[in-house]
Design a protein around this ligand. Structure first.
Ligand code: BJ8
Length: 431
């Protein structure tokens, strides 16, 4: 099949104004375009509505950055986050715009390693390296960022990131007892006060209720996509599913929701006609674990190039981001903040102890997605996911689920070894 051409569009003047190191970023832009074309345009029978998401990628450093620059000129701050614990609803209600800044690229890691130790998680290094090297327009356009005290690598990196960009830190509890909920409720109250100060706007109950609805609608749409992916044959590839989950952290939430619902309408028809992107016999694989930040498509590429289809991502760039909604009906600010507290407290990140609800959730999603094999995905040096993997492995064994645990980084060095192990898993599923 002839590969369609793809280019991430170039806007050197705008980048220059933002302080991006344009000559270095230009090279990264070209590589991203090539990798994207190879990963996404070789797929057969892609839904037509993926055109919108291809367009978002083509303009990921162009039109979207232009929108953010325009918003800043109107006095709306652009706020970067690294974790799904940071309540976007409050930032939006204060007039700010939220973008996810996790790093999924090997290209920024050497910049980070000039400062940070080498033996920490690649996601943290990649994120830090983008700012240290000035090689990402998103890191240049944000006015300030919110970090959090989830894992050690992140919380200590914020101290150093604060030298490069104002970095505020939310304290996330590590347990889920009543006193931890109280701590988190207080933290959310303080966060609101801080956001209001930074955005120079007081959040009204109506503002907050409106942004809770916007975010709930977005979560509903991604939940809908997830349910459609549970059909056999899969109406959309796992790679496209992951791409949509990644784009959810960058795009305008209202537009994203509308376009995703259009895609879902197309997938509904496919399901009715039993159409799909792979044969009914293709092994169906679920991936659970650490988030895969844009442009990390490494494991999905390997699984789907081997003839299988990824049907679910239990991850923060996946179901942990959208599985729970916020109660919209509270009559006043206090009840809305309490509803946000409860919803965000349900996120089952491995940084919590104990975190057995995640094991239950992984098994639930495995069944609901009609998967036939489970891959646990950990990033190198991520102690919490790597250790929690033991319990996921035990639960999979108890259920007789074909299982593979992967610990990897963003480099291509282990691709051959991963390919062999993934093929062995798929053989087991086929057998
Ligand atoms: S809520 S998963 S987004 S912290 S992989 S940086 S834990 S060493 S990403 Fe996360 Fe929030 Fe949790 Fe989700 Fe550290 Fe592990 Fe790296 Fe991680």
């Amino acid at each position: 099949m002839e590969q369609k051409r793809f280019e991430v569009k170039s806007y050197p003047e705008m980048w220059e104004e933002l302080g991006v190191d344009v000559s270095r970023f230009e090279k990264m832009r070209c590589v991203l375009g090539e990798v994207y074309a190879k990963s996404f345009f070789m797929q057969k029978n892609r839904p037509a509505a993926m055109d919108y998401f291809d367009g978002v990628m083509a303009e990921i450093h162009g039109a979207r950055i232009g929108e953010l620059v325009a918003a800043k000129k109107q006095g709306r701050p652009v706020v970067g986050t690294f974790c799904v614990y940071v309540p976007e609803e409050i930032i939006m209600a204060a007039g700010g715009i939220c973008v996810g800044l996790c790093g999924g690229s090997p290209g920024s890691i050497p910049d980070a390693e000039k400062i940070l130790p080498r033996n920490i998680c690649p996601m943290v290094k990649s994120a830090f390296g983008f700012k240290a090297g000035r090689i990402c327009p998103y890191y240049q356009v944000v006015d300030f960022v919110y970090g959090e005290t989830t894992c050690d690598a992140k919380k200590k990196t914020w101290e150093l990131l604060n030298r490069l960009i104002p970095t505020y830190v939310m304290e996330i509890p590590q347990m889920k007892r009543e006193q931890d909920r109280t701590l988190w409720l207080n933290e959310i109250h303080e966060f609101k006060v801080h956001v209001e100060k930074m955005c120079k706007r007081t959040v009204s109950t109506e503002d907050l209720r409106a942004t809770i609805k916007i975010m709930n609608n977005k979560r509903h749409a991604i939940q809908r996509l997830t349910r459609l992916r549970a059909h056999n044959p899969a109406p959309i590839s796992g790679k496209d599913g992951l791409l949509i989950e990644q784009i959810a952290f960058y795009d305008d939430p209202v537009r994203f929701t509308e376009k995703l619902n259009l895609l879902c309408d197309e997938l509904v028809k496919r399901v009715q006609e039993e159409g799909g992107v792979s044969p009914k016999t293709a092994p169906r694989i679920m991936i659970a674990g650490a988030p895969m930040a844009l442009p990390n498509w490494k494991v999905h590429n390997l699984v789907e190039n081997a003839g299988a289809v990824v049907v679910n991502e239990e991850s923060c760039i996946g179901t942990r981001y959208f599985k729970d909604l916020v109660d919209e009906d509270g009559p006043d600010m206090d009840s809305l903040l309490a509803a946000l507290t409860d919803r965000y407290m349900r996120i089952d990140c491995s940084c919590f102890t104990p975190n057995d609800e995640r094991v239950v959730q992984v098994m639930k999603e495995y069944k609901e997605s009609n998967a036939q094999g489970l891959i646990h995905y950990s990033l190198q040096f991520c102690h919490t996911y790597n250790i929690e993997e033991v319990k996921i492995r035990e639960a999979a064994a108890k259920e007789g689920i074909p299982y593979l645990a992967i610990e990897t980084d963003y480099s291509p060095e282990d691709i051959g070894q991963l390919q062999t192990r993934i093929e062995a898993l798929l053989e087991q599923v086929r057998g």
